[in-house]
Design a protein. Structure first.
Length: 507
């Protein structure tokens, strides 16, 4: 484990070094603004990530490296978790090393370490549950199911999709001899623990009429996401984990489902089948399934180690495969790392992308127009929008400013105003998008608004006077760019509180 920890530490240093190459990511503005308004839930997420980033900023500050310290640490710890699972499944040194290398080079986990998001802790929490499930089975000690429930409860406060993993484990247990565990009190106590930890967010959702469910319905109605067929969906799973690791995690799935040495852990194999089926049928994005793979990589590494060490004629000739496999994986991982870690400049990345033997996935139709993939494009353009908003703000007289709000069209613009606008003295933003809608119009009358990214014709229907201030400077790498900014005065709609129910936009 000393070597595994050294690899994890090197990964942490790698992320910290490269994590400030571009700019703040769209979703990071959302988490920081939510962290400034701590509560038990938000329209698009549970409260754990905003809670953590609130305290991380208080300790480390607001730099990119500080904001992304949590994901960098979580991505590094996942390497240790994967190796620990391999060890509990019966793996020895090579299996632990091989599983750790696979977790290290997987593009999705590298991406998780590069951006603050609900994805960054998800694999750690899923694998925490898997680890305690393995211990409960291996040591025949049902008390570990209590810890399974505690981790699952924390997972529900981080991202709701861990419920699918929990469902998969339940189905897997029911499909083999371990179904008797449901006669024991400890697994039910684990379920109660998960429920109690999740309860505050559940009550928050009930109070606000299930905003996350409304959000999901809005996204589906808009047909925003790219829906994949069976073969593209499977192919993109291989891209998330690095195509060269596919034989390993497929071997792990096979070993969990049918191999005798791993038969006690067959529930985990069925768990993967359930998770895969649910996310595919519900048209989930390709990365929704990513948190489940470390346990398959660990199981596959155990199977590969066993196969290479099995006595047979010519055994010595097979031993050389061990270092070859590791070296090939590391070289390929280094080759693919710029896909998800901002190692290259944007121009260099576009040249590099042309050398890839596959096309980078597009998860939403609107992302197709960007020069860079969305996870990079959404790190550009925000400063230009805030700069133009500051021009509008500076045109206001000191008497106008206290009652003039800044209205943004989405959480990216709104969060950028909240975070980057502080240096210009801009007030906190208004928006009808997601959680900003719940925060309401605050004390603004609506008689004066700076509005971003709307059409003049629409604004003239709402205000007596509409002044065009300018358009944010173009950024060739950004998804949101050249945003029009207007100063609108003299409301025709009454007060902003009267208008507020009509501007709700949860999609």
């Amino acid at each position: 484990m000393a070597l595994i920890c050294a690899i994890a530490l090197a990964t942490l240093v790698f992320h910290i070094y490269f994590n400030n190459r571009y700019g703040y990511f769209r979703d990071e503005f959302d988490y920081m603004s939510c962290g400034d308004h701590l509560q038990w839930g938000y329209v698009d997420q549970p409260p754990l990530i905003p809670f953590l980033i609130h305290f991380c900023r208080a300790i480390l500050g607001d730099s990119l490296r500080a904001i992304r310290f949590i994901p960098a640490l979580a991505s590094s710890l996942l390497i240790v978790q994967t190796a620990a699972i391999a060890r509990e499944l019966g793996g020895r040194r090579y299996a632990m090393l091989l599983s750790a290398i696979c977790a290290l080079i997987a593009p999705q986990y590298l991406s998780n370490g590069s951006l603050l998001g609900t994805n960054c802790l998800e694999p750690n929490l899923w694998m925490g549950c898997a680890y305690f499930a393995i211990l409960a089975i291996k040591r025949n000690d049902p008390r570990y199911w209590l810890w399974f429930g505690v981790i699952a409860g924390l997972g529900l406060e981080e991202k709701y999709s861990i419920a699918v993993f929990g469902l998969g484990v339940v189905v897997g247990l029911l499909l083999n001899e371990h179904r008797r565990v449901f006669l024991d009190k400890w697994i039910w106590l684990g379920g109660i623990a998960a429920f109690l930890i999740f309860l505050p967010n559940l009550l928050w959702n009930i109070h606000y009429d299930w905003p996350f469910v409304q959000l999901m319905r809005g996204i589906r109605a808009e047909n925003r996401d790219v829906v994949l067929g069976p073969f593209p969906y499977f192919f993109q799973q291989t891209l998330l984990l690095n195509p060269l690791t596919a034989p390993l995690w497929l071997a792990g799935l096979f070993a969990l489902l049918v191999a005798k040495p791993l038969r006690p852990y067959r529930a985990l194999g069925w768990c993967y089948v359930v998770c895969y089926s649910v996310f595919f049928v519900l048209h989930g994005k390709n990365y929704y399934l990513a948190p489940v793979y470390p346990m398959l990589l660990a199981a596959g590494a155990v199977a590969i180690e066993s196969a290479l060490d099995r006595p047979r004629s010519g055994q010595r000739r097979l031993q050389w495969l061990k270092p070859v496999i590791v070296v090939v994986l590391l070289v390929n991982g280094a080759y693919l790392a710029p896909v998800v870690v901002p190692i290259l400049s944007p121009d260099a990345f576009l040249a590099y992308a042309k050398t890839l033997p596959f096309k980078l996935p597009v998860m939403e139709h609107s992302h197709a127009r960007a020069a860079l993939p969305q996870w990079y494009a959404d790190q550009f353009g925000w400063q230009e929008i805030v700069d133009e908003t500051a021009v509008a703000w500076n045109r206001l007289t000191p008497q106008e400013r206290p009652d003039c709000g800044i209205f943004a069209q989405d959480y990216g613009q709104a969060g950028a105003i909240d975070f980057l606008g502080r240096r210009y003295g801009l007030p906190a933003s208004l928006s009808g998008h997601q959680t900003w809608y719940l925060w309401g119009p605050r004390s603004y009358s609506g008689n004066c608004l700076i509005v971003l990214g709307d059409r003049r014709e629409r604004l003239e229907q709402l205000f007596e006077h509409v002044e065009y201030v300018g358009t944010s400077a173009d950024n060739p790498w950004a998804l949101e760019t050249q945003m029009g900014v207007y100063i609108c005065t003299g409301s025709k709609f009454g007060t902003l509180s009267d208008l507020w129910p009509k501007i709700k936009r949860w999609r």
